[in-house]
Each structure stands twice: as structure tokens, then as C-alpha cells.
Design a protein around this ligand. Structure first.
Ligand code: HEM
Length: 407
């Protein structure tokens, strides 16, 4: 069991890891298919780093996402980590079938491709407004000025919650995701679920054309979701699409600036951008160190056994750099012909927001590049601070010189 392992002898996913996880991923991948590590949060977990293993285990029903239901009461590490708000335990990401299947069906129905595609003009408008506001006479922090406000605004609009409440969401989500332990999560989790419960009540009386209204309508028609599940699903849509998309936009721009020839290719042919966004998501995938599961039985991975009742990290970000799957994986190559990455996961929990997230990235990065052709990093790499919050690595700030607006 993971608690009985002497944690001081384990590889630690610490500060160096957060700054650049890829050298440690490569060591772990070479030393074996799976090994126990001490996570950034001090919790012992078994990490799986090879592409084929991660993909196989993501569809293995012995790997549970319903931590709070299956976790043994004496699992001290797990209890420390998962004692979150009771309502949020109803979110589909924390469920196994059949509950997961039922909730996901309703959410996917409300979050249709038609509805997502219909948001593109609004995402473009939001992006243009943010670009317009930037002061090109001094360095601009792209994380604050563009990468953060877009996902927050888009998620609020998607759910149909008032624009005026965006600062509240920002604050509560930052508190929730930055929380160092379960105790610190309780306040913001309660604030968000309480707020969303109010929104569900209001919308029920006056349904609109948004995703939350769609979820309410679908559950009323077919009795699929109870109120707790509705509230949890709505809050989950907010935070699942928040830091991940902040990362994809901010870090995506950073890596393009570090690869000027490929950036020039995109400027010459903007049609390359959607493929480039996929390659950026492969090259530096937001879910770090990976997605978490709980082993309900002993599970063999190669010649190693993950003991039953262990926490398991399926490292999609390590898998996306596996040389057995991607030739020269440490090279960013926007012309790569085969980019079947797992940044959005795989299997029954595959990201519901993948289509929306890639659209946000294409619009935000494309508009920034075309508006500011001479964009440049304003600080050297050693002044950039990387942080890890709630399973997403991020740049705290990304200062850029915009070099003026084109005439
Ligand atoms: C670049 C941005 C994003 C990345 C890299 C990302 C990544 C992921 C990953 C890896 C999973 C699977 C988790 C697991 O297997 O346990 C997931 C699930 C999910 N994502 Fe995303 N995501 C992004 C954006 C979004 C957005 C914008 C939304 C919603 C608006 C969203 C909503 C969800 C939901 C609801 C789930 C749970 C699905 C389920 O449990 O069936 N994500 N995401």
C-alpha cells in the first residue's frame, strides 16, 4: 500500500520538476513502466509515464476516479487529499460508471458541438477587446492580460452566469486551485457551489440558451441529474476549463516565441495554427504531473505490480513525450504529421471541453500574432516563474514587448 512505502527514499516531484518536468519524466520512463514517487503535495503516488501504458490504464475499469467512494478509510494520504466539498464529489470527473455515464450524457447533450461552434464570434469579440486594451508602450503580462480573462469570460458566458460575477469566480477559483490542503479548499468550494445552486434556482424559473439551462432542461425532461449533480457539474465546467486553458494560451505563445522559424511559418500561413495548437498541447501538456486514479485491485504494469489501494498518476504529459510513440518527442514540430496526443485524456473521461479549449487557443493566439507581428519576450527564461496548481503547470507571468500596434 502506498502508505507503507518509506517516502523519504522516493523520487520527489519538487521545485525542479515544476520548472521543467521533462528530464525527470525521461528518467522515470527509462527506469521502468511505473514507480512510486513523492508528489509535489507530499503524497505518495505511483506514476505511469509510457504512452501505451497510460492509454491502456485510462480505459481500465480497475482504475477508479471515485476516490471518495472507494478510498479505504485508513488511506491517510488519500483522505488528506480528497476530503473536499461534498457537493463537488458529485462532479462527473469524480465518478465511475454507471453514475459517470448518466451525468456525462446530460452534460454532453447540453454542451453540443453546435453550441460550442456558435461561441466562436463571441470569443473573437472578447479577444479583440482584450487586445485593444493592451498598452503597447510597456511590457504586458500576457497571462494577466489575455490568457486568464479569456477562459473565465468564456466559461461564464457558456454557463450563462452574469458578467459582473467574473471577479468573484476568478478569486474563488484561484483560492480553490491554489489551496495547499483539503482544509483550505472548503471555503472557496462552498462559495462556488452555493453561488451555483442560486444560479440553478434562477435559471430553472427562466431557461436561456446556455449550457446550464441545457443541463437543467435535459435533467428535467429525463430526470437524469439531481440538484447536487447539476451544481457540481456546473462548477466543474468552470474549473476544468480554467487553468488548463490559461496554460494552453500563455505557454503556447511562449513556446512559439522560442521557435521563431515555426512562428514565421504560421504568420505566412495561418491555416497551420490549428495543427500548431495540437502540437503545442502535445509538447507541453497542461495536466502535470497527470490525471489521478485509485487502484481498486493489484494491477500489473510490465514487470511491476501497483498494489491495490494505491493512488496512481497516469502521466499524460510524460506519455506525450514518449520516444516510442513520437519520433524526437522533445522537438516542437508544428508540421508533425501524427499528433494523437493525450493532453485531453483518453477513454470515458476524455475532456468534454476539448473542442472549446482548442477554439479559444486558436482565436487567442492567432489574433495576438496577427495584431502584434513583432511580439517579443520581455525577460530571459531564468526570470520566468513556473508554478503547479491543481494538476496544471503554469507560468505565473509572461511579460512580452508588443512593439506597437500596426497602422
Ligand atoms: C487546454 C485546455 C484543457 C485541457 C488540457 C483539459 C484536459 C482534460 C483532461 C486530461 C481530462 C481528463 C481527466 C481524467 O481523465 O480524469 C479532462 C476532463 C474534463 N474536462 Fe478538460 N481540459 C481543458 C479544457 C476544458 C474546458 C474548456 C472545459 C469546459 C468548458 C473542460 C471540461 C472538462 C470536463 C467537464 C471534464 C470531465 C470529463 C469526465 O470526467 O467525463 N476542459 N480535461
Amino acid at each position: 500500500m502506498s502508505e507503507t512505502i518509506e517516502s523519504t527514499d522516493l523520487p520527489h516531484l519538487g521545485r525542479d520538476f515544476v520548472h521543467d518536468p521533462y528530464p525527470q519524466y525521461a528518467e522515470l520512463r527509462e527506469s521502468g513502466p511505473v514507480q512510486p514517487v513523492l508528489g509535489h503535495d507530499g503524497v505518495v503516488q505511483w506514476i505511469v509515464t509510457r504512452y501505451e501504458d497510460v492509454r491502456r490504464l485510462l480505459v481500465d475499469p480497475r482504475m477508479s476516479s471515485a476516490m471518495t467512494k472507494v478510498l479505504k478509510p485508513d488511506h491517510a494520504d488519500g483522505q488528506k487529499r480528497f476530503r473536499i466539498d461534498e457537493t463537488l464529489q458529485n462532479a462527473m470527473t469524480n465518478q465511475d460508471p454507471p453514475g459517470h455515464t448518466r451525468i456525462r450524457k446530460t452534460v454532453v447533450r447540453a454542451f453540443s458541438a453546435r453550441r460550442v461552434d456558435g461561441m466562436r464570434p463571441r470569443i473573437q469579440q472578447l479577444t479583440d477587446e482584450l487586445l485593444e486594451k493592451m498598452d503597447s508602450t510597456e511590457p504586458v503580462d500576457l497571462v494577466e492580460a489575455l490568457a486568464t480573462p479569456i477562459p473565465v469570460a468564456v466559461s461564464c458566458e457558456m454557463l450563462g452566469v452574469p458578467v459582473a460575477d467574473r471577479p468573484f469566480f476568478n478569486t474563488q477559483m484561484d483560492l480553490l486551485m491554489g489551496a495547499g490542503n483539503a482544509q483550505e479548499k472548503i471555503g472557496p468550494a462552498k462559495a462556488l457551489t452555493g453561488y451555483m445552486a442560486e444560479q440553478v434556482k434562477l435559471k430553472r424559473a427562466d431557461l436561456g440558451d446556455d449550457v446550464l439551462s441545457g443541463m437543467i432542461a435535459a435533467s428535467e425532461e429525463e430526470g437524469r441529474l439531481n440538484d447536487r449533480e447539476l451544481v457540481a457539474s456546473a462548477v466543474q465546467m468552470l474549473f476544468a476549463g480554467y487553468l488548463t486553458t490559461v496554460y494552453a494560451i500563455g505557454v503556447g505563445v511562449y513556446w512559439l516565441l522560442k521557435h521563431p522559424e515555426q512562428l514565421a511559418d504560421i504568420r505566412r500561413d495561418p491555416g497551420l495554427l490549428p495543427g500548431a495548437v495540437e502540437e503545442l498541447l502535445r509538447f507541453d501538456s497542461p495536466p502535470v504531473p497527470g490525471v489521478l486514479r485509485y487502484a481498486t485491485e493489484d494491477i500489473e504494469v510490465g514487470d511491476t505490480t501497483i498494489p491495490a489501494n494505491s493512488l496512481v498518476l497516469l502521466s499524460v504529459s510524460a506519455a506525450n513525450r514518449d520516444p516510442e510513440r513520437f519520433p524526437e518527442p522533445d522537438r516542437l514540430d508544428i508540421h508533425r504529421p501524427d499528433i494523437a496526443h493525450m493532453a485531453f485524456g483518453f477513454g470515458i473521461h476524455y475532456c468534454v471541453g476539448a473542442r472549446l479549449a482548442t477554439m479559444e487557443c486558436v482565436v487567442a493566439i492567432g489574433s495576438l500574432l496577427s495584431r502584434y507581428p513583432d511580439l517579443e519576450l520581455a525577460v530571459p527564461d531564468d526570470q520566468l516563474e513556473w508554478e503547479l496548481k491543481s494538476f496544471t503547470r503554469n507560468l505565473a507571468k509572461l511579460p512580452l514587448y508588443l512593439h506597437g500596434k500596426p497602422a
